[in-house]
Design a protein around this ligand. Structure first.
Ligand SMILES: O=P(O)(O)OC[C@H]1O[C@H](O[C@H]2O[C@H](CO)[C@@H](O)[C@H](O)[C@H]2O)[C@H](O)[C@@H](O)[C@@H]1O
Length: 699
């Protein structure tokens, strides 16, 4: 019977389930290159996947529709950056005909190029942030590839909806931010009967929905197919980004056993007690272990991941000379802890834009005589915006000197994802700031200025410049670069300094949640538990009350760190570690084994070869005297079986072997002599080495 866990990725990947209906097949048909056999550029080692798995997936890449005009032999190494979204801004042309594209300078994925060696070409694979109609997709793909070396992934709408809005945003996103789904037993019961049927109702309360998981896997396969279209597996590195694409490494590893694959998780990785509630916990861990290097922002996220590997897969890590590695079937999967940074030049370029000057002056006038505390967050449920408002309200009440003087400007950027419970949070926030403004506001003074629209980089930087303190009260956030951006804006540039906007010594103050990834790097910040509203209120008061000298010292310390640990520093370090992790790749002998998410590559030193069945049989038949040593657990009985007693079939085979006078047969085990003696009492000619050879039964 097919397991409910549906671990056979192949079935999912081939679309053999009802959840997505014909849409996925249609999408595959649209792309001319999918399913095409290609010329082999890489010789696979003997004994690969096809022999062991009974399937022929291991197939090297070559060229495709978008890349067909690119020379097939690209010299030099390239980096393929794969992410849910391309670092591209797409705009419909004003006349409605076609699209115009430009780089998204604010995208971290684009910025990471600065840390990549010049000789390494960077290609991007990902979705386009616009609804490109089906009829225009081919043309758009070609344009993006030709002009930007961007390979566009288009998912059918229904698949995208279930992949992104359902599985990513309603299941993984909350869980990875440490939020457990609260499902009633009734809805759980529905879940087990709904399974992959496309008519299944969407899961409520964040309850796991298998159909959405299947959509996630299938969407990952769409990304994989696009990678295959452009990849040179011998020369290229692949760097996969974030929680949307955690199944992708398995697809890549299955096809290219020795591909060099890195992964960076931008979101948090929750404690194992949270993570273990995910019904596909092993599948995702195993998929990630098909990478060569897995990166996290903080030590805690990495520690959580390692303890999940230990508790759920029984894999222990080793730490050698500062490197953490997981031994996984002969391969070492590196673990990298390195928080991301910002792009200094990009931010400084914004600081030098002419229209910034008047924006800063305008804000200086608007908030003249006021002390501005600033929040810049995405409008999502984990940013703790309401907690910040409550803390601010508390500060105004307990420190009345700030009434009429302190203003909290909160920028809340609208988000794409229809995250869980977002509407309720928005209503709560509205209620809070209306209440605060109602109680403490007066003519010419609104204590809370709430901006819930997209704000340009120029406008944002102007707010940073005039803010005395930035407050981040997220209850969980992978990293959060708001404090870094603020520090750089407060530092200004030599050019901006010549203007009137920042005078005197540079100073800044931060109140940051202890639950965000950037918190450990900001030693001069006042760290708070945002759930403790009173303590956060005190921290806000302290931050804006400190002496200028103290604010200056803290600012200098932060600026030194932020300006040296920028995005290029991060990407350079990641790529260097990826290179190191893969240095033996082409020297080792690799075999792909296992089905679905159980797929992994077994890597061996080149001196090892796989035993060949025909040669074993021939040697057996030729030999006159044979010693046969059999391990017990995992060899004669499956490791996973609860009943450890040898089956009658095993006893029969052992007796057959023992009956041949040319054979000496021994069981070698760590088990005790009594148990082994009892189990094999019907095999009188069998030798037993019990307790690792401490006791011998020789016949
Ligand atoms: O909302 P999504 O499209 O699913 O993307 C998730 C978020 O990605 C980015 O944030 C993540 O990466 C940042 C840089 O490493 C990190 O600071 C943050 O903590 C991560 O969540 C993006 O900045 C967010 O807007 C997206 O919501």
């Amino acid at each position: 019977m097919m397991s409910r866990s549906y671990t056979n990725l192949l079935d999912l990947a081939e679309g053999n389930f009802a959840a997505l209906g014909p849409a996925s097949g249609g999408a595959r048909r649209r792309s001319g290159s999918f399913g095409m056999k290609r010329m082999s550029r890489v010789m696979t080692v003997p004994g690969t996947l096809s022999e062991l798995d009974g399937e022929d997936e291991s197939e090297p890449a070559a060229t495709n529709s978008v890349a067909s005009d690119v020379p097939s032999s690209v010299s030099g190494e390239r980096l393929l950056v794969v992410s849910n979204q391309l670092p591209i801004v797409a705009r419909r042309r004003p006349d409605g005909r076609g699209w115009s594209f430009s780089w998204d300078d604010d995208s971290l994925l684009l910025q990471l190029r600065d840390g990549i060696p010049d000789e390494m070409e960077v290609l991007f694979v990902g979705g386009v942030r616009a609804d490109i109609p089906l009829a225009e997709q081919d043309e758009v793909s070609q344009a993006l590839y030709d002009r930007f070396r961007c390979v566009a992934v288009f998912l059918p709408e229904s698949l995208h909806d279930r992949f992104y809005h359902s599985f990513c945003k309603r299941q993984l996103w909350p869980l990875f931010h440490y939020m457990l789904p609260f499902a009633s037993s009734a809805s759980t019961a529905t879940s087990s009967s709904s399974s992959s049927s496309s008519s299944a109702p969407p899961a409520g309360n964040g309850r796991f929905d298998r159909g959405s998981w299947e959509a996630y896997v299938l969407a990952n396969k769409f990304f994989f197919e696009k990678v295959v279209e452009v990849i040179n597996p011998e020369d290229d590195y692949v760097w996969v980004h974030d929680y949307h694409l955690m199944a992708l490494p398995t697809f890549l590893r299955r096809r290219f056993n020795r591909l060099r694959i890195g992964f960076f998780l931008h979101s948090p990785f929750p404690s194992s007690e949270i993570y273990r509630t995910l019904p596909v916990r092993e599948e995702i861990l195993k998929a990630l272990l098909n990478c060569d290097l897995i990166g996290f922002h903080t030590f805690d996220y990495a520690r959580h991941f390692l303890s999940c590997c230990s508790r759920m897969l029984g894999i222990e890590y080793q730490s050698k000379r500062g490197y953490i590695g997981l031994e996984y079937f002969g391969r070492t999967v590196g673990i990298k802890i390195m928080p991301v940074g910002i792009h200094m030049d990009q931010l400084q370029a914004v600081l030098c834009l002419p229209d910034r000057q008047w924006r800063v002056s305008e804000l200086q006038q608007q908030f003249e005589g006021k002390t501005v505390l600033l929040g810049v967050d995405d409008m999502d449920i984990f940013k703790g915006i309401n907690l910040k408002l409550l803390a601010f309200e508390n500060m105004l009440r307990t420190h009345p000197k700030w009434q009429g003087r302190a203003v909290l400007v909160q920028i809340a950027k609208p988000v794409r994802g229809k995250g869980k419970d977002l509407e309720a949070i928005e209503a709560e926030i509205r209620e809070s700031y209306n209440r605060i403004n109602g109680e403490f506001g007066r003519s010419g003074y609104s204590p809370v200025v709430f901006i819930d629209r997209d704000v340009s980089s120029v406008e944002k930087s102007a707010y940073y410049t005039i803010a005395e303190c930035v407050v981040v009260t997220a209850v969980r956030d992978g990293m959060n670069l708001t404090p870094y951006e603020y520090i750089v804006c407060r530092q200004g540039t030599p050019r901006s300094e010549s203007s009137s906007e920042v005078t005197g010594p540079k100073k800044s103050m931060l109140v940051v949640s202890e639950f965000i990834g950037c918190s450990p790097s900001l030693s001069g910040a006042i760290r708070v538990n945002p759930w403790n509203v009173e303590a956060t209120a005190e921290a806000m008061n302290e931050a804006i009350s400190l002496s200028d000298q103290e604010k200056q010292l803290r600012h200098e310390k932060h600026y030194r760190y932020v300006s040296t640990h920028d995005v290029a520093y991060w990407s350079k370090s990641f790529i260097q570690d990826l290179e190191r992790a893969c240095k033996d790749h082409f020297r080792r002998t690799c075999w792909g084994i296992g089905l679905g998410f159980g797929f992994r590559v077994v890597a061996l030193d080149p001196h090892f070869t796989k035993l060949n069945m025909d040669s074993i049989v021939m040697a057996y038949e030729r030999s006159e005297s044979r010693a046969i040593f059999l391990d017990y657990d995992g060899t004669l009985v499956p490791q996973t079986s609860i009943n450890k007693t040898p089956s009658s079939e095993v006893l029969r085979i052992i007796n057959t072997l023992c009956s041949d006078k040319r054979n000496i047969v021994f069981i070698v085990s760590g088990r005790g002599r009594d148990k082994l003696g009892e189990w094999f009492s019907s095999c009188p000619k069998l030798g037993i080495a019990a307790e690792h050879g401490y006791f011998l039964r020789i016949n």
